[in-house]
Design a protein. Structure first.
Length: 98
């Protein structure tokens, strides 16, 4: 997959995952379905590809019109942090229910 396409795919995953987290209480099934997308984002974010994409963005090598929230240092990290907190809460509530 080429760089621009990869960034666009990851950006779409980020948008969908953020939406799932925002609507977790109304649509928990969508939140749990989004876990695969979140895992893909985490794999990308912790890979050398993300760092290369980030560095290329900083150097102005990417088109200005490209949506690139996934390359911010906070967007994916914040999503992963919130997801982890939600999973801990969910697992804790499941234990109480047993």
């Amino acid at each position: 997959m080429k760089q621009i396409e990869r960034i666009q795919v990851m950006e779409q995953l980020l948008d969908e995952a953020e939406q799932a987290l925002l609507q977790v209480h109304e649509h928990p099934e969508e939140y749990f379905a989004a876990q695969e997308k979140i895992a893909k984002l985490e794999t990308y974010y912790t890979s050398p590809l993300w760092m290369q994409d980030y560095e290329d963005d900083c150097k102005g090598k990417l088109p200005p019109s490209l949506k690139r929230g996934v390359l911010s240092e906070d967007a994916v990290d914040t999503l992963l942090h919130h997801n982890k907190e939600l999973m801990i809460q969910w697992k804790s509530s499941k234990k109480r229910d047993q």
